[in-house]
Design a protein around this ligand. Structure first.
Ligand SMILES: Cc1ncc(COP(=O)(O)O)c(C=O)c1O
Length: 410
């Protein structure tokens, strides 16, 4: 195949794509020719504009404070249950929307560590997302716990064997990302969870880069705890609240450290001391972000309509095509793939390493082609199956070929 053949395959792939029609449901962005960063911030849906307007006029404007009694108090767990059903493989009563990923990580790591008092170690990998590592470091300092770091290849990620080597009778919790933010490595979540459980450790999965794009079976895989953000493949918008999952059997055993009135047994009793609510509500702290939960509901409906298995199929086809394009157009310009080649181990983005990645990203942004840059030399290409076309991807990577050529000739 020549580079021209590879580029012209985009039209065929789009014509054969059963999800192609969903692209029109998103707000168009006139000056953006290729949006390759839906793995950082998903595009808004057209329907969201209208529904936010209705919410302002009718729900907020019309019901005013009565909205809390009528509907909003239960919104975090109602939306959590829907997310559990549509994207997480979680039965009702185990998922809630709340806070940010960072704050939920803090609450769940603390709760898990405190529930395993004889165990003094927390396990994580050195290439996990900074907020995960930082929160873990803070808790280790606060509680006098030790950190056990797994070293990983930054172009790959954590394996069950590596986890087996470090997890011991002293491990309270293993914290890992389902999909690595840098390489796109898709961890073997069921196997790693089983390995940790064999030693009696709990596992907390960060699903930021997999929720809404990779079918997940949290209940069947016996996951203990999970968190994730909703602004990537759930298109919740900048700063939309996160979600947390706590396996039903664990809920009574865990006490999270931010004792707020919304997680109390009866928030309106205004009692003297804190009694945690029963079930998943005890993981709430303060007033839920009702307004900021609206857009993710629209996207969850779309994910359900398209079907998560079909979304995953398109995600694999997009990343495979991205790798083929990169091989033909960018390898000759010294770019290297820093992501897994087998699709079973790859999430929905790939990273290309190149010494000029930072400058190339800046030039691409000026030209309406939007990937992102991750230190030290990574150019991340995020593929959001419901809003990205193959032609858009081909355009984006040809533009990258062009800027890398220009930079090499400077
Ligand atoms: C794996 C992972 N964890 C956490 C976060 C962010 O956490 P927060 O939503 O609290 O900023 C991100 C954001 O990109 C992420 O990729």
């Amino acid at each position: 195949l020549t580079s021209t053949d590879v580029l012209s395959r985009a039209a065929e792939l789009d014509a054969a794509d059963p999800l192609a029609r969903f692209r029109e449901r998103f707000v168009p962005s006139a000056k953006v020719r290729a949006y390759l960063d839906g793995n950082s911030l998903g595009r808004p849906l057209r329907v969201t504009r209208e529904r936010l307007g209705t919410f302002v006029d009718q729900d907020w404007g019309g019901r005013l404070i009565r909205g809390w009694d009528e509907r909003w108090m239960d919104e975090p767990t109602r939306v959590g249950d829907a997310l559990g059903r549509i994207a997480l493989g979680a039965a009702p009563g185990q998922t809630t929307i709340a806070d940010s990923t960072t704050v939920l990580l803090y609450k769940l790591i603390r709760a898990a560590a405190d529930a395993q008092p004889g165990r003094r170690e927390l396990v994580c990998d050195r290439d996990n997302f900074p907020t995960d590592r930082f929160v873990l470091q803070g808790i280790a300092a606060e509680r006098g716990l030790r950190l056990r770091w797994i070293d990983v290849d930054p172009a790959a990620g954590v394996t069950p064997e590596q986890v087996r080597e470090v997890v011991s009778e002293d491990t309270a919790l293993v914290l890992l990302s389902h999909v690595a933010y840098r390489s796109g490595w898709l961890a073997d979540l069921p196997e790693i969870t089983a390995v940790a459980h064999q030693r009696g450790a709990l596992v907390l999965w960060d699903l930021c880069h997999s929720v809404g794009v990779i079918p997940t079976e949290l209940d069947n895989w016996a996951v203990d705890l999970a968190v994730g953000c909703t602004y990537k493949y759930l298109n919740g918008g900048p700063g939309s609240p996160a979600f947390g999952y706590v396996r039903a059997e664990l809920q009574d055993r865990l006490q999270q450290p931010i004792w707020g009135w919304m997680g109390a047994d009866d928030p309106f009793q205004m009692g003297e001391s804190y009694q945690p609510a029963k079930g998943i509500r005890r993981f709430l702290s303060g007033t839920p972000a009702i307004l900021a939960m609206r857009p993710m509901i629209d996207m969850m409906e779309l994910v359900e309509e398209a079907g998560l298995p079909a979304i995953r199929d398109k995600s694999v086809a997009l990343t495979e095509y991205a790798i083929a394009l990169a091989e033909h157009l960018l390898t000759p310009l010294d770019a290297t793939l820093a992501s897994p080649v087998p699709s079973a181990r790859r999430g929905s983005h790939i990273t290309l390493s190149h010494p000029n990645a930072r400058a190339a990203t800046a030039l691409l942004w000026e030209r309406g082609v939007i990937p992102d840059f991750r230190t030290p030399d990574g150019l991340r290409i995020g593929l959001s199956p419901l809003s990205t076309s193959f032609a858009e991807l081909a355009h984006g990577l040809s533009a990258l070929e062009q800027v890398l050529t220009e930079l090499a000739n400077r």
